[in-house]
Write a protein that binds this ligand. Structure first.
Ligand SMILES: Cc1ncc(COP(=O)(O)O)c(C=O)c1O
Length: 362
């Protein structure tokens, strides 16, 4: 590598360099066994401790209580959009959905195939630039669950609280902010997250599910869609993504060495503040998409005065080693994804470039 690249990709995203280095060291021979982790059986004595360590790592970092199962599945967060209603929503039943961005909308679309859905709050009208307060939410009586997206990756809006379902099971898509801060698992019945932002590589989906929900899975479910069967088989109903789970175990180790999630939260707040301050100090040259109380610590989204300038901004940034800043194709603009592993120096470098660009072009 001739130049340091700061990787602002929304996902798959940057991984901690010590994790990649350790994986590189062990690539050909895991713990000196003469085989790669990718070449050994998932049921072997060499892999068992890796799965256990990934699971324990997640349990410790998020303080997951004993009455929750931790699963490493496949099919991405997108399959969870379907698995949740397939397991917990019958034809004449209702599930509540809180829609604060594009991913929540996709989850809703799948749930509609199974039963009734009630969008109890949507910010679509305002271009998904905010999240509701807890007090603004009115749940449907007897709703089977309420689904929300704790961080909308495309729009860059994030809940700053764990949603309280008032007795209704809360299901959360936490794909893009899980492990970025402590959360209260007990507020949730099910949390899911694609791994490829803050947990590890793509191809693994983390599911944290409460025992009483597992018990509600209907009989005669298709095996690979059956949370109970997947839990009973410890994520190994079929061959799991062994490489992905191995990297997750290393990421958990790295997070522990960093001091855990409270420390990560402080670091993430600090990094995001540098960027939002630069946006706010630009006299409107850069305009943030999210309203202040909902500003995401993970995905900072902003616009320039024109699409032309946004194109030029991203092209020049890329040439300077600031990669992956182009906003999602559905909304445009600029998006800086600054997950756990993203260094503060990279944020500072981006801010320098933003100031330079605005002065020169603006
Ligand atoms: C919040 C959120 N939900 C769901 C998804 C879809 O994840 P996957 O590609 O793992 O299916 C993403 C992907 O970026 C996401 O950011």
């Amino acid at each position: 590598m001739t130049q340091k690249i700061y990787n602002f990709s929304a996902g798959p995203a940057i991984l901690p360099p010590p994790v990649l280095e350790k994986a590189q060291d062990e690539l050909l021979s895991l713990n000196g066994i003469g085989m790669s982790v990718m070449e050994i059986s998932h049921r072997s004595k060499h892999f068992e401790p890796i799965l256990a360590s990934a699971e324990q790592g997640i349990r410790d970092l998020l303080s997951v209580p004993e009455n929750y199962r931790i699963l490493f599945l496949q099919g991405g967060a997108t399959l969870q959009f379907s698995m949740v209603p397939i397991n917990f929503l019958r034809k004449d039943e209702t599930a509540d959905y809180v829609i604060t961005g594009a991913w929540g909308k996709k989850a809703l679309k799948e749930a509609k195939r199974c039963g009734n859905t009630n969008v109890i709050f949507s910010t679509a009208e305002h271009g998904y630039n905010s999240v509701p307060t807890q007090g603004e939410l009115r749940f449907t009586k007897d709703a089977k669950y309420v689904h929300y997206t704790s961080n909308e990756t495309i729009e860059g809006v994030e809940f700053k609280y764990d949603l309280d379902g008032g007795g209704i099971p809360v299901v959360c898509d936490a794909s893009s902010n899980i492990l970025s801060k402590p959360i209260d698992i007990r507020e949730h019945a099910l949390i899911y997250a694609g791994a490829q932002k803050n947990i590890g590589p793509s191809g693994v989906t983390l599911v944290i599910i409460r025992d009483d929900l597992v018990a509600k899975v209907p009989e005669n479910q298709h095996s690979m869609l059956d949370y109970r069967l997947l839990a009973e088989n410890d994520s190994m109903l079929n061959t799991p993504n062994t490489w992905g789970i191995y990297i997750i175990s290393l990421v958990c180790e790295w997070l522990r060495e960093q001091g855990g999630l409270s420390v990560m939260e402080k670091k993430n707040e600090e990094k995001a503040a540098i960027l939002y301050d630069a946006i706010d100090a630009s006299d409107g040259y850069y305009s943030g998409h999210a309203r202040r109380p909902a500003r995401s610590l993970m995905n900072v989204t902003f616009r320039l005065p024109s699409e032309e300038l946004e194109k030029q901004f991203c092209a020049e940034a890329t040439a300077l080693g600031l990669d992956g800043l182009k906003g999602h194709r559905s909304v445009g603009g600029v998006r800086a994804s600054i997950y756990n592993a993203f260094p503060k120096a990279g944020v500072e470098r981006l801010v320098e470039f933003m100031q330079y660009f605005a002065q020169r072009i603006g």
